[in-house]
Design a protein around this ligand. Structure first.
Ligand code: SF4
Length: 229
């Protein structure tokens, strides 16, 4: 797929990104990754939460040597750590683990926004410093706050291009891909956790609830901040 951005990224950037987004809106995830690799080369980073490995599987089939970042908040489930190690070894990932600049504390109890700021938002900005573009497995159906997510967008906060190759995927699409590719599944997925974050802020949602209802349950908080403008 041929979708060119202007050579001067400062010139009408929003127009160019909107054109790329429109052209790639109906493309397969691997086509979107291939476009991103072709456009940004080694300046492209994949930020992975390791709640599943769908995007890792898609992306490494396009480019096995992709730069992968994992944000170690210090509060991940032991199951997530074991799953990460399994996926890392299975794919031979070139992975950077980025840790917060603060020690463990109980800030998540009284100030979850501040806790996410120092354990997720700031480490991601550090990890993406000097990069040209980043992508993640964000999907529109995951939450109302993600319903308008574009495939290609400008991340004004970090001054990078953001790519969401799985933006249009439904839960059924994910399930079908995992089955077809025989991908390893996070152990907590089978125990009723459709969305997996840090253990203090994640529980299994009640039947019929929004899949992300178990994240920061009862607090009104719905996003950690890395996916919000
Ligand atoms: S999800 Fe919870 S524990 Fe993890 S960084 Fe955010 S507030 Fe802290």
């Amino acid at each position: 797929m041929s979708v060119a951005l202007a050579q001067d990224p400062a010139r009408d950037l929003e127009h160019d990104l909107a054109a790329a987004d429109a052209a790639l809106g109906g493309a397969r995830a691997d086509e979107i990754v291939a476009w991103a690799v072709g456009r940004f080369g080694d300046g492209l980073t994949l930020a992975a939460s390791f709640s599943d490995c769908v995007l890792i599987d898609v992306a490494t089939r396009v480019t096995p040597d992709l730069d992968v970042v994992f944000l170690d908040t210090q509060y991940h489930f032991p199951e997530t750590r074991r799953y990460l190690e399994h996926v890392r070894d299975r794919y031979g990932l070139r992975m950077r683990v980025v840790r917060p600049r603060v020690a463990m504390d109980d800030r998540f109890r009284a100030d979850p926004d501040g806790c996410c700021a120092v354990r997720k938002v700031e480490p991601l900005e550090r990890a993406l410093a000097g990069r040209a573009a980043w992508m993640s497995g964000l999907r529109r159906v995951e939450a109302p706050s993600r319903a308008d997510a574009r495939v290609v967008a400008w991340d004004a906060r970090r001054r990078l291009v953001k790519i969401n190759p799985l933006a249009a995927w439904t839960d059924a699409d994910v399930g079908a891909y995992v089955h077809a590719r025989e991908l390893p599944v996070h152990p907590l997925t089978g125990r009723g956790f459709p969305s997996i974050g840090c253990w203090p802020c994640t529980r299994a949602p009640h039947p019929g609830d929004d899949p992300r209802a178990g994240r920061w349950a009862g607090s009104g908080k719905t996003e950690c901040g890395i996916n919000t403008p």
